[in-house]
Design a protein around this ligand. Structure first.
Ligand code: PEP
Length: 257
């Protein structure tokens, strides 16, 4: 995977309160400290209410673990009750923000247009988006996974310049594989991740496309991660359920072992 540092990011979803988050990150840092994990970047994506606690721990102990949020408002401030702005996340020194997770698209009706506005909001505040894309089961059964996913990429990246896009992380997460235990085959993952890189090359040129990290997500576990990571266009994983188990997450981070 030509010079791209793999990113293993744990999406905790709506799990672990701030006290549990501290215990979890301490355990994770301890488990990772005893041996080098060979240039793999590790990030946790906790609920908003945990971020201050995670920041304090990461700052205080100078941990290499990065962190970010699971969503961001498209707006910078104002009368948007319940929302969290990019500047608030930047103030907490978040590196990443997940945008367009399938659970947001499904339960909160998030559209590609909204994802596009959120990607722009993230960049306004120096946050790196982890943009989630991927097809549902009906689309997959009809063979439309590539067209569907590329349309989501196009929508979310509309009017995003190359200088910004080159730092984005795109997570290909087929919806039928998320939280279901049904992982895509390495070939399925490569088909769509390769097509995403091809589209990025059309949009931004080959040099930029080759810099962008594309993750696979959907029931990643220690037992299936190595085969998926062996594919040329897969540069990491977005891990939901398995990221809540520190030992399992550490095995995923050490997929090369
Ligand atoms: C996710 O939430 O992004 C995800 C991939 O979940 P899981 O690993 O549980 O399928």
């Amino acid at each position: 995977n030509t010079g791209r540092t793999p990113l293993m990011a744990g999406n905790w979803k709506m799990n672990l309160n701030h006290l549990e988050a501290i215990a979890h990150v301490q355990k994770l840092a301890f488990a990772l400290a005893d041996k080098d994990y060979e240039g793999t970047e590790v990030a946790v994506l906790p609920p908003f209410t945990d971020l201050r606690s995670v920041q304090t721990l990461v700052d205080g102990d100078k941990l290499k673990i990065k962190y970010g949020a699971q969503d961001v408002s498209a707006y910078d401030s104002g009368a948007y009750t319940g929302e969290i702005s990019g500047s608030m996340l930047a103030k907490l020194k978040c590196t990443y923000v997940v945008i367009g997770h399938s659970e947001r698209r499904q339960y909160h009706n998030e559209t590609d247009e909204l994802c596009n506005a959120k990607v722009k909001a993230a960049y306004r505040h120096g946050l790196t988006p982890i943009l989630c894309v991927g097809e549902g089961l009906d689309v997959r059964k009809a063979g439309g996974q590539v067209a569907h996913t590329l349309a989501q990429v196009d929508g979310a990246l509309a009017d995003v310049p190359a200088e910004q896009a080159e730092s984005i992380v795109i997570a290909y997460e087929p919806v039928w594989a998320i939280g279901t235990g049904e992982v895509a085959t390495p070939e399925d993952a490569q088909e769509v991740c390769g097509a995403i890189r091809g589209r990025l090359a059309e949009l931004y040129g080959r040099e930029v496309a080759d810099k962008i990290r594309i993750q696979y997500g959907g029931s990643v576990k220690s037992g299936n991660v190595a085969a998926i990571m062996a594919k040329p266009d897969v540069d990491g994983a977005l891990i939901g359920g398995a990221s809540l188990d520190v030992d399992e997450f550490v095995k995923i981070v050490r997929f090369r072992d």
